[in-house]
Design a protein. Structure first.
Length: 236
């Protein structure tokens, strides 16, 4: 069964747009007719960037851990395109490998800044514009946020924070802006394949598959869904 969405005449802001998942979300929105505001600190022409900023995808460079930068980018998007309908909080990262007593505080701060603070700041400054369009927010949490684990506690805690802030956004904006989260496990990206070459890659979920769920949660088909954390980890 093929599922299609029509986001013509809408504007979607995607953070972490230069990464594997962020770029897939940008492409999915653009293919569905949306005007995409792709935001990242990494520019598309960077060697590590996977984003192809073409027709329908407009790149905005900004550090979404910095409130002044977030406020500037959101204002520029609304000024350029006249509205903001959807926010996909994709910016995030993983770092781990050590128990709590051996984890540097800089690692803790880094994970909470990139995974949680970006979601908080983007949501805070997008909300006034999203309310005008009865819009939606979808943020990226993680399967591992559902329980403690060995070696990556700060990562799990930061992603659990994404889930809790999502529930709060849904409650505070009930009837005005819907807020949901998705929970991936290991995503099938070139970086993950390089880091885990001996894993069963067939069980990993592709970025495009997660992007399709994000579009669904923004669409009218999910009009009665808010405050949810949706598993998107397949057989992983």
């Amino acid at each position: 069964m093929n599922v299609t969405f029509d986001f013509t005449d809408s504007v979607a802001l995607v953070t972490g747009a230069s990464g594997a998942l962020g770029s897939a979300v940008c492409e999915a929105f653009a293919d569905a007719g949306a005007t995409v505001a792709a935001a990242d600190v990494v520019e598309p022409d960077d060697d590590d960037a996977l984003l192809d900023a073409d027709e329908g995808i407009h790149f905005y460079q900004g550090d979404f851990t910095d409130e002044a930068d977030v406020e500037r980018v959101v204002s520029e998007i609304v000024s350029d395109h006249g509205r903001l309908d959807y926010l996909a909080n994709v910016a995030g990262t993983w770092k781990g490998g050590t128990p709590i007593e051996k984890t540097e505080v800089d690692t803790f701060d880094f994970l909470f800044d990139v995974n949680l603070k970006t979601m908080f700041l983007a949501s805070k400054h997008a909300l006034p514009h999203l309310r005008e369009e009865s819009g939606a927010i979808v943020s990226v949490s993680a399967r591992s946020s559902l329980e403690g684990g060995e070696g990556d506690g700060p990562y799990r805690a930061s992603k659990a924070g994404v889930r809790l802030l999502t529930e709060t956004l849904a409650e505070e904006n009930s009837g005005e802006v819907r807020a949901n989260a998705v929970m991936p496990s290991v995503i099938d990206t070139p970086a993950n394949r390089e880091m885990m070459p001996d894993s069963d890659h067939d069980k990993w979920v592709e970025p495009s598959e997660i992007a399709a769920v994000i579009l669904f949660l923004c669409s009218d088909a999910a009009g009665v869904t808010s405050g949810a954390a949706v598993p998107v980890y397949g057989e992983a």
